[in-house]
Design a protein around this ligand. Structure first.
Ligand SMILES: C[S@@+](CC[C@H](N)C(=O)[O-])C[C@H]1O[C@@H](n2cnc3c(N)ncnc32)[C@H](O)[C@@H]1O
Length: 333
């Protein structure tokens, strides 16, 4: 096999010249002696000192899931493979089409992404009042809980027992940026606490965080302690409808429950001070994302003898075919 022989003291500059001349062979290992470095060469070119030596194949980590599966999965299966996945700490959560070899795919993720220690397969949609999506561990360590980090906050998430989406990260930051120091906030539908944690980390405020799922509630308590936000976030286990009347009227109300938010508009609006802001979420059709939600907001406010003023509307993320999650910020008098 062909190598370029380079004196050790100038080896790096010769390697760069080989790269520039496009003769460096990345598939074989670089060899060394006391005085020289031997770079594998794909072909000859003028200006280099070539020698013949025995070569060792270099084992290169695949750079993507697709690359890790090339040659292992049939081309037709590679074409339908969903190669994007959510990462929650050192856990990857991926959708695996029916009929594909899940262990093969899980192990390929471990091989191509060294920071991932566990791969979970999505077991269906988010269902039930807790919006939990069952998962199955298909490769790596047998666990479903990990510590996830965003915007300077650490939080423990159990992907099998609570709702959590890393895809709402920028939405959390968007809300945190709007908070004025000293605000009192109703952090309803809190889950493991991502909205309250990010807000309280960025702004001095008091957040009443309410969550119905006992597993999510316990993790939220752990996360509040982990981020040293005891006293700033006050967690309550229970139903927003029952708890809302007992918390002080707030400057801001968070409603991150797009599937069921509509039926909670009245108790959530009631939790806002006059002039308070409500952040409302819905899943809405792409052809008309806002008008249905705005009608529902206005009707709910009116039924309480209040008036809603729409401040902002935006598409947060795609949800399913022609359906997106939208956010509507409104104030109430
Ligand atoms: C879509 S998840 C959002 C969780 C969290 N805010 C997040 O972004 O990760 C909705 C959350 O509301 C909780 N939930 C559902 N109904 C509730 C209710 N009536 N009162 C309080 N929490 C409720 C669910 O258990 C779930 O954790």
């Amino acid at each position: 096999m062909l190598f370029v022989k380079a004196p050790a003291e100038v080896a790096e500059s010769i390697r760069k010249k080989m790269l520039a001349a496009e003769i460096f062979d990345p598939n074989h290992a670089v060899e060394k002696s006391k005085s020289h470095v031997y770079f594998p060469a794909a072909k000859r070119a003028p200006g280099f000192d070539f020698v013949e030596r025995k070569a060792r194949t270099r084992k290169r980590k695949p750079r993507s899931l697709r690359e890790a599966l090339e040659g292992k999965l049939a081309p037709a299966d590679l074409d339908v493979l969903v190669t994007s996945f959510d990462t929650i700490g050192d856990i990857a959560v991926i959708e695996v089409r029916y009929g594909l070899d899940e262990a093969l795919i899980g192990n390929a993720i471990l091989e191509s992404h060294p920071a991932i220690k566990t791969v979970c397969k999505k077991g269906g949609a988010h269902t039930g009042p807790f919006r939990v999506m069952p998962v199955k561990v298909i490769a790596g360590e047998n666990k479903t809980s990990a510590v996830y980090q965003e915007h300077g906050v650490r939080m423990r998430v159990d992907v099998d027992r609570v709702y959590f989406s890393p895809r709402l990260s920028s939405e959390r930051l968007r809300i945190a940026k709007q908070v004025v120091p000293g605000e009192e906030i109703a952090g309803f539908f809190a889950g493991v606490g991502p909205f309250p944690l990010v807000i309280a980390k960025k702004k001095k405020c008091r957040i009443y965080a309410v969550e119905l799922n006992p597993h999510a509630f316990e993790l939220m308590r752990e996360n509040i302690a982990m981020n040293k936000l005891r006293g700033e976030i006050l967690p309550t286990l229970g139903d927003v409808r029952e708890i809302a009347p007992y918390i002080p009227k707030c400057d801001r109300v968070l409603m991150p429950s797009p599937k069921t938010g509509e039926s909670f508009l009245e108790p959530c609006i009631s939790a806002a001070k006059p002039g308070g802001v409500v952040h409302y979420y819905e899943f809405a059709p792409d052809e008309d994302p806002y008008s249905g939600a705005i009608k529902r907001i206005e009707a709910a406010a009116e039924s309480l003898g209040r008036k809603a003023k729409i401040l902002n509307r935006r598409v947060v993320r795609p949800h399913s075919v022609r359906v997106s999650q939208v956010a509507i910020d409104f104030s109430v008098n």
